[in-house]
Write a protein that binds this ligand. Structure first.
Ligand SMILES: [Zn+2]
Length: 70
């Protein structure tokens, strides 16, 4: 009979949320002279981020990297 540990055991070493693509949800927004500030939080974990939407820009730029969560 084999007593080798299963991968299931290793998967429970950490209590952190499993890696996932953050599902950002806007918590609040503020109009500033630079553009629209968006405070977003992941609905799947506690990660949060601040985005700045610059008028005329194609895509919002992340002011901060995601922090919290993973
Ligand atoms: Zn997340």
């Amino acid at each position: 009979m084999s007593t080798a540990p299963t991968s299931e055991t290793a998967a429970h070493l950490h209590d952190a949320p499993a890696p996932h693509e953050h599902a950002w949800s806007t918590r609040s927004r503020h109009s500033t002279s630079d553009g629209l500030l968006l405070y977003v939080r992941c609905t799947g974990c506690d990660a949060h981020r601040v985005d700045l939407i610059i008028p005329g820009a194609v895509a919002p730029s992340a002011l901060s990297r995601a922090f919290g969560g993973d």
